[in-house]
Design a binder for this molecule. Structure first.
Ligand code: FES
Length: 168
């Protein structure tokens, strides 16, 4: 439910060259596939759609990478612009938090708190925060700096290609 959370001491940066992610693009394609039969069903009888045909319509399938796009780029889940310097962003769907402790240094960690397993849900100027019992983890090492957690967040290797972030 929670979306990416950025460190509060960072000014909101406009995302240069904002792009439509593949996930959102696919969602849009699926929405069109669902919406067209519904719109057609609202028309007059001459435009009526057989309900059986509408329910048997196959869902949109993922598209192959565009020409020149590698498979690694296709698995990208974020842009480097999504992760502020001196902060980080949580990607719940990926089970990852990505930090950028210094300019150009991107690190990945599991969102699973080593204390009792809650997902960390935000990154503040103090570090990566677990909402359940208040553990805080260092941006660079994932080590606990406050709260009951005694061990670090699990490290996850990332691959950075241009501005695309994916798992290594
Ligand atoms: S589960 Fe994260 S602090 Fe307890």
């Amino acid at each position: 439910m929670s979306e990416r959370t950025q460190a509060t001491d960072q000014p909101t940066q406009p995302v240069a060259g904002t792009r439509l992610s593949r996930r959102h693009a696919l969602t849009g394609v699926a929405g069109v596939g669902i919406g067209v039969p519904l719109l057609a069903a609202c028309g007059g009888e001459e435009n009526a759609v057989d309900p059986q045909a509408a329910t048997t319509q196959t869902p949109a399938t993922p598209q192959a990478p565009a020409e020149g796009e590698t498979a690694e780029a296709a698995s990208s889940f974020a842009s480097t612009a999504d992760v502020p310097v001196g902060g980080g962003a949580v990607f719940p769907d990926e089970g990852l938090v990505v930090t950028q402790p210094s300019d150009g240094e991107f690190l990945g960690f599991s969102i699973t708190c080593p204390h009792q397993g809650c997902p960390v849900d935000r990154v503040t100027e103090e570090g990566i925060v677990c909402p359940c019992h208040g553990s805080v983890f260092d941006l660079a090492s994932g080590a606990p700096t406050a709260g009951p957690a005694q061990s670090p967040l699990g490290a996850v290797q990332l691959r950075i290609q241009g501005t695309d972030i994916s798992r290594a």
